[in-house]
Design a protein around this ligand. Structure first.
Ligand code: MN3
Length: 235
């Protein structure tokens, strides 16, 4: 029961403030320089205040006088194939970045806990968190051009690593592997180029220092109890 209540609160706090039109830019829970030296302050500031903000503004524009304007962000993503490219790119961009900021935290906080619900599921399925990180990093490294690597909860309740191009995500009806994301890694060059230039692998090795596993656990607990899983199973 306690878990259900926690999951419900996690859902509400995650979806309420920024997931309904007109869309707004969520505030970060930490300062732009809080992830240094792994992700530099300038990259964080431009990424949040320019790139993410651009997706929010363009999404609101794309929804002006559009039949999809009344839908929640989640419903928009679930039926994305019935919208247009502007909505697809910007709704994806808004959702993906809102999740991304939440699954990052200053190094040394949000550590992986093998006793948490997520920790147990992770070890059971992947053997160790190190093995999971390697699988996600490999998936991110292989993504050609711009896109995302994901850890999702599938409709059957298992964890799965996947990847999508551009600003697509696993909630979309166009995704090859569908599920509820509990962790997403941005592999667009704008996420790392200022500090790492063309060395995506260096960025992917550094980012694990600032992944917020505690938040991943919260998202996992919310996902496994979420009726949305059923919808994702019925394509
Ligand atoms: Mn980005």
């Amino acid at each position: 029961m306690k878990k259900m209540v926690l999951a419900l609160f996690a859902c509400i706090s995650f979806f309420s403030s920024w997931a309904q039109a007109p869309y707004t830019l969520p505030q970060l829970r930490y300062a732009y320089n809080a992830l240094e030296p792994h992700i530099d302050a300038q990259t964080m500031e431009i990424h949040h205040s320019k790139h993410h903000s651009g997706y929010v503004n363009n999404l609101n524009k794309a929804l002006e006088n559009n039949d999809n304007a009344a839908k929640s962000l989640i419903d928009l993503l679930l039926g994305i194939s019935k919208t247009n490219d502007a909505i697809r790119n910007n709704a994806g961009g808004h959702y993906n970045h809102s999740l991304f900021w939440e699954v990052l935290a200053p190094a040394g906080t949000g550590n992986f806990n093998p006793e948490s619900d997520f920790g147990k599921a992770c070890i059971k399925q992947f053997g160790s968190v190190e093995a999971l990180k390697k699988q996600i990093s490999d998936s991110a490294a292989k993504r050609f051009g711009s896109g995302w690597a994901w850890l999702i909860v599938t409709p059957t309740g298992t964890l799965q690593v996947s990847s999508t191009p551009n600003q697509d995500n696993p909630l979309m009806d166009v995704a090859a592997a569908r599920g509820i994301p509990v962790l997403g890694i941005d592999v667009w060059e704008h996420a790392y180029y200022l500090k790492y230039q063309n060395k995506r692998a260096d960025y992917l090795s550094a980012i694990w220092q600032v992944v917020n596993w505690s938040e991943v656990n919260t998202k996992y607990q919310a996902a496994i109890n979420n009726p949305l899983l059923k919808k994702l199973g019925n394509k």
